[in-house]
Design a protein around this ligand. Structure first.
Ligand SMILES: *[C@@H]1O[C@H](CO)[C@@H](O)[C@H](O)[C@H]1NC(C)=O
Ligand SMILES: *[C@@H]1O[C@H](CO)[C@@H](O)[C@H](O)[C@H]1NC(C)=O
Length: 148
């Protein structure tokens, strides 16, 4: 019995020690609502964190209050060097929707190959927007402030 307890405590300690850095590495970049109070889509990036100069997959999903029409609605991804979104780091990424998603129903759009700027600053902001008229009419917006 004593041996059993000892082994149990040893295992528990090893598991805790191993789990801590693993969870830290796996923590995804948190996206939040933009200040405009529009719906905030979920964003999953692969890889996460992003690698400057390489490309990444963005999976954007959620529910909007606006119909998403194929060929009219667009996904835009931008990188800024400041959290107030004044200074763009590179050209925006655009992808047209090819499917209709009615308002208040879940949508998903996957951008398989988004080029990540090779001159990413130490702190940068990722903005993910869905809207139309490229993109003055914004339906939804999410932001992440990242520190390299
Ligand atoms: C995108 O993310 C959604 C929500 O997490 C998930 O249901 C869906 O399977 C993902 N799609 C792809 C192609 O990874
Ligand atoms: C990064 O490079 C792009 C051109 O590829 C340039 O337009 C942009 O100003 C640069 N941004 C920074 C923060 O250096």
């Amino acid at each position: 019995m004593k041996n059993f307890i000892f082994v149990f405590i040893l295992f528990a300690t090893l598991l805790t020690v191993n789990a801590a850095p693993y969870q830290f590495d796996k923590r995804a970049t948190p996206f939040k609502r933009c200040p405009d109070d529009l719906p905030s889509p979920n964003v999953i990036m692969t890889p996460d964190p992003l690698v400057a100069g390489e490309s990444a997959n963005f999976n954007v999903s959620g529910i909007l209050f606006t119909d998403i029409y194929a060929g009219i609605a667009v996904l835009r991804i931008r990188f800024f060097s400041d959290p107030t979104r004044q200074t763009l780091i590179a050209n925006p990424y655009y992808q047209d929707f090819t499917e209709l998603f009615p308002a208040y129903t879940p949508f998903t759009i996957v951008a398989p190959k988004v080029d990540i700027p090779n001159n990413l600053t130490n702190k940068y902001t990722i903005e993910v927007v869905i809207g139309s008229e490229k993109v003055d009419d914004i339906y939804g917006c999410s932001l992440a402030n990242v520190e390299k």
